[in-house]
Design a protein around this ligand. Structure first.
Ligand code: ADP
Ligand code: MG
Length: 254
């Protein structure tokens, strides 16, 4: 039975998509069968694993709004053992359309429940907001992985995120847990990075992964080639740290 993890933070540009794709690829590299679910209309996870938008017939929007079977949307990626439910720009309309729909919070859960037994991990790449799409992700998930960028005000906005987690726990998914907090885009050349790491560790304690993701140019280049870091440059620092993260995630599940 898959462990379902939402990668979420309502701030944009903190490393959600980079983490979803490369943690997913690293788990797949370790022999796990992994499904990525792109629920951001930007579709960056989709293009990041080599899917061209014009080649997508049906996507996450069709699952959530048109009640298409999830199995009809799942595509293989450039990495073995790694699959994706793609997103395209039509998802931009879903936030409003879901408002007036029956069971609007549990549509993704319903879809994932039907295929949960076919994967080891399902990773959901959330949009930079706390709207219906993110609520769907949290309702469907066992846990949430929160990437936090090593910058000033790193913790800002996280109380809103945690509040949303509490609301979902109360109304839709009492078992929802915090999987872990991941420090991203660490820059060893500044003192700021180290200060932020300390501050986040003080706040989230043992929930913070030992692995800290540094800024690594290869991580930012890989998506433009439609490749995960494992396939783009397995010898890079970026590949090394996401594999270390995958080991931590696997260890925590035991
Ligand atoms: P989000 O999904 O939270 O908006 P992304 O994962 O798309 O964030 O990252 C934002 C930008 O930063 C992207 O251009 C991505 O390639 C780049 N990026 C993310 N993580 C790193 C990293 N560790 N080192 C260098 N660039 C990164
Ligand atoms: Mg993203």
């Amino acid at each position: 039975m898959a462990r379902i993890i939402s990668v979420a933070n309502q701030k944009g540009g903190v490393g959600k998509t980079t983490t979803t794709v490369n943690l997913g690829a690293s788990l797949a590299f370790n022999g796990k069968k992994v499904l990525l679910v792109d629920i951001d209309a930007q579709g960056n996870a989709t293009s990041g694993v080599g899917i061209r938008k014009p080649d997508v017939n049906q996507d996450i929007y069709d699952i959530l709004v048109n009640e298409v079977e999830i199995t009809e949307t799942i595509l293989p990626t450039s990495r073995e053992n790694l699959f994706i439910v793609p997103a395209t720009l039509q998802l931009a309309g879903a936030e409003i359309e879901l408002t007036s729909m029956m069971a609007r919070e549990s549509r993704l859960k319903l879809a994932l429940d039907s295929i949960k037994d076919q994967y080891d991990y399902i990773l959901i790449d959330c949009p930079p907001s706390l709207g219906h799409l993110t609520i769907n992700a949290f309702t469907a998930s066992d846990s949430i992985l929160i990437p936090v960028q090593c910058e000033y005000y790193a913790l800002e906005g996280l109380s809103q995120l945690l509040n949303t987690v509490r609301l979902v726990q109360k109304h839709f998914n009492p078992d929802l847990a915090i999987e872990g907090v991941l420090l991203t885009m660490f820059d060893a050349r500044t003192n700021l990075g180290a200060e932020v790491v300390e501050e986040v560790r003080r706040y989230f304690q043992e929930k913070v992964y030992e692995t800290v993701i540094p800024r690594n140019i290869r991580l930012s280049e890989a998506p433009s080639h439609g490749l995960t870091i494992i396939d783009y440059d397995i010898r890079s620092k970026g590949a090394e740290v996401y594999q270390a993260l995958a080991k931590e995630v696997l260890a925590r599940e035991k």
